[in-house]
Design a protein around this ligand. Structure first.
Ligand code: 4AD
Ligand code: MG
Length: 476
């Protein structure tokens, strides 16, 4: 059976009677069906011979109904499409009561669609976003597979808190009504999971490192969980992360890889998903028109993608960034919610966005952060106070990548773990990597949904994942 995408591309070469199945988007004048089968953003126009069609059947051709059409492709009289399907037979596969069906052929608000998460992918916007998401995922695998990386599946259930931020969902086999208690009468979480304390992973990095130190270059691509109570348009409790890890790569190699990788996957998607991106581009421009003039983007979505693909990311040290922020008018006039007064402060998303959107006006790689605002595993610099960290900041998004060169020296890492009062006993295997054949190595994590946000021009992260998990949403 043909897909509508194929028919619209090659229709002129397809002779004879064909059969097509799909869902009705609209039905006009008892004559024209806009049919969609999910293969593309575009609908195929089906022309109904209404004089020879049972009026009872015509009534059942409603928005959302699944139908089968037999007919011949002919050159289209209408504008925009080169072929349409002249139906000789139509059958209803599944009715859709127009009184009840929530997805009408009109523009629904994103909030309304979120409440109908099981049906929203039938809207043009979500179907386009989900196809772009799928293509980006494929491009990610393709990039790594073509470049000698091996795909590793790190565990979802784990004892380690890779980021040391304590934002983990507990995994438990305990009987909630009758939990085991310790000597103080408190719930004994040490007995969580067959005698061990376990959580859903916040990052596959530490396990990924063990594989990089044998296979050379690896990547993970899997679900990641953060029990942070952040209700922002950039945070999810469950998101997908891509984490490459490379033996013998230093921080510069890591930055070069991250930049090349992001450019490749955007370029690939722009080529392969041109139809959906053109649609999302139009949507983006319409949304921009609703904003005050001075807040509108100077570029269209496609121009933004082209810009990122064809321009070098600006590389700036944390120390340079702090100077820029300290001296910015934005800071002096106290417009930042968190003013930047001194070296050592953590950067808030308002600062990141200032750097990217106002100061440099291009993607920025910030590196060499103060050690005490970053995770324990990052390679300490010779200055003794900064670490070889790098974050990539994107316009409209903020942080899209977080990565670093890893601390490969056994004694230094051991001391760091002690200084942070972390439980060394749970990290013995991680320390082993530094005992047996240690080497310089690096990696990073890319938040998949943040990449999809950027590529699609959507503004809320809940709208680029099939079923968002946030502190407020759990119904689906
Ligand atoms: O900066 P993060 O926390 O870094 C790590 O987890 C490292 N272990 C990665 C590594 O070096 N292998 O997270 C990496 C990226 C962020 O830059 C962001 O894009 C995304 O993951 N991210 C989130 N995306 C959606 N919702 C959240 N709550 C996110 N938290 C992080
Ligand atoms: Mg980070």
């Amino acid at each position: 059976m043909y897909s509508i995408k194929k028919l619209l591309q090659d229709g002129k070469n397809i002779q004879g009677e064909i059969t097509l199945k799909g869902w009705v988007r609209t039905f006009r004048s008892n004559r024209f069906i806009a049919l969609n089968d999910g293969s593309t953003i575009d609908n195929l126009q089906v022309v109904v011979d209404f004089e020879n069609t049972d009026p009872e059947l015509l009534k059942r051709i409603t928005t959302g109904a699944a139908i089968e059409v037999k007919g011949r492709l002919v050159e289209s009289q209408g504008k925009g499409q080169n072929v349409e399907l002249q139906a000789s037979n139509i059958s209803i596969l599944g009715d859709s009561n127009p009184e009840e069906y929530p997805i009408q052929p009109k523009k629904h608000s994103l909030e309304f669609l979120r409440e109908n998460a099981h049906l929203r992918v039938r809207s043009s916007t979500f179907s386009a976003v989900m196809r772009v998401r799928s293509t980006l995922a494929f491009a990610i695998h393709k990039y790594f597979q073509d470049n000698g990386f091996f795909y590793v599946n790190t565990p979802i259930i784990t004892g380690s808190d890779a980021e040391g931020a304590g934002e983990m969902f507990r995994v438990t086999t305990l009987d909630a009504k009758n939990p085991p208690l310790n000597e103080n009468g408190e719930v004994d979480y040490k007995k969580d999971f067959f005698g061990r304390e376990t959580n859903l992973t916040v990052s596959g990095q530490l396990e990924g490192e063990t594989f990089a130190m044998a296979l050379g270059k690896i990547y993970t691509f899997g679900p990641t969980f953060r029990a942070e109570n952040s209700n922002t348009s950039r945070h999810l409790a469950e998101f997908w992360m891509i984490e490459p890890e490379m033996a013998f790569y230093d921080l510069i190699d890591n930055m070069n890889l991250a930049e090349d990788f992001i450019k490749y996957v955007l370029q690939y998607t722009l080529e392969v998903r041109r139809d959906d991106l053109e649609f999302l581009n139009k949507r983006f421009l319409e949304e921009e028109k609703t904003k005050p003039q001075n807040e509108r983007s100077t570029m269209s979505l496609i121009e933004k993608l082209e810009f990122v693909i064809h321009n070098q990311f600006k590389r700036v040290s944390y120390t340079e960034a702090i100077d820029i922020l300290k001296n910015s008018n934005h800071n002096k006039k106290k417009k930042f919610q968190y003013p930047v007064n001194e070296w050592g402060v953590d950067l808030q998303s308002e600062h990141e966005r200032y750097l990217v959107e106002k100061h440099f006006e291009c993607p920025v790689i910030l590196y060499d952060y103060p050690a005490n605002i970053k995770a324990f595993y990052m390679r300490l610099n010779e200055d003794g106070k900064t670490v070889r960290a790098m974050d990539i900041l994107f316009p409209g998004i903020g942080e899209i990548v977080g990565g670093s060169q890893r601390e490969e020296r056994y004694d230094v890492l051991k001391q760091k773990i002690a200084d942070l009062h972390m439980d060394e006993a749970t990290l013995w295997w991680y320390l082993d990597l530094r005992k047996f054949g240690t080497a310089v190595h690096s990696g990073f994590g890319l938040g998949f949904e943040r990449l999809v946000l950027f590529a699609t021009g959507m503004t809320n992260i809940r709208d680029v994942i099939p079923y968002p998990r946030t502190p407020q949403s759990a119904e689906f």
